[in-house]
Design a protein around this ligand. Structure first.
Ligand code: GLP
Length: 246
């Protein structure tokens, strides 16, 4: 596991985008696994800037998102469909039929999970999978206790995740309490993983990850089974490691 520590969120975002941009520019076809949340927003802005200022084209890029809330229509402003459209897809030249997210309003959620896993295998696996990390160590929406052998599945969101997500909704009742997420096994299929973490609220999770102890109560620790993981983080997310090594 490599760790790249940047001074701040802006340089961390630039660095993550540069890794993706280099892959796109050097390959005929790129498959990206994408994440939502506040952490990758700066990286998406940097990718959009690359498109506008350096002419990076996404016409041969395919995307597979990690997860989607259950019960939110794709048009709901807080759905991950809307997030991706607003923060990336509408601002670059990617053909929309090359962008994939789980459907959280499917009639049969179990059929949707199998279908999405097949899509990952057919379109992917991702050349680069971007991940954020939850304060409790979740990746995608694989909450503590999720099986490391899990493929795309329905998950009940942990109370701490509901609390963290509440800031995006008017009332707590509106916060979806379930999601469809790629499983840990699905995530580990990717060829390379970039995990982004920014801010002091992620410092504990980053420190725990760097302890290299495999623990199913800390889902991100499954990444130690993957041969090519790079943590792209900022100083604040690194702060607990730093203060211990002083
Ligand atoms: C959600 C997403 C994750 C994301 C996490 C952290 O739970 N499903 O993919 O990594 O939030 O979000 P943030 O980057 O806003 O801290």
């Amino acid at each position: 596991m490599n760790i790249l520590v940047n001074d701040d969120y802006a340089s961390m975002s630039q660095q993550a985008a540069a890794i993706i941009e280099a892959h796109i520019c050097n390959h005929e076809r790129t498959v990206l696994g994408l994440a939502t949340g506040s952490t990758p927003l700066g990286m998406y802005e940097a990718l959009i800037e690359g498109h506008h200022t350096r002419g990076v084209s996404f016409k041969q890029t395919f995307t597979l998102n990690l997860d989607e809330y259950i019960g939110l229509q794709p048009s709901h402003p807080q759905s991950y469909h809307s997030y991706m459209h607003t923060h990336l897809f509408s601002k670059i030249d990617i053909p929309l039929h090359q962008t994939y997210l789980p459907n959280g309003t499917a009639q049969s959620l179990s059929d949707e999970c199998s279908r999405y896993e097949q899509t990952i295998d057919k379109v992917g696996p991702p050349d680069i999978q971007v991940l954020g990390i939850g304060e409790n160590g979740h990746i995608g929406f694989n909450e503590p206790g999720s099986a490391f052998s899990g493929t795309t599945h329905v998950i009940d969101l942990a109370p701490s995740t509901l609390k963290a997500n509440a800031r995006f909704f008017d009332t707590m009742d509106e916060v979806p309490n379930q999601a469809i997420t790629m499983g840990i096994q699905s995530i580990l299929k990717s060829k390379r993983i970039l995990l982004l973490a920014s801010g002091e609220n992620k410092a504990w999770a980053v420190k725990k990850l760097m302890e290299k102890k495999i623990d199913d109560q800390f889902p991100a620790s499954a990444l130690h089974y993957h041969p090519d993981v790079t943590l792209v983080i900022d100083q604040k997310a690194y702060s607990q490691i730093q203060s211990e090594s002083r």
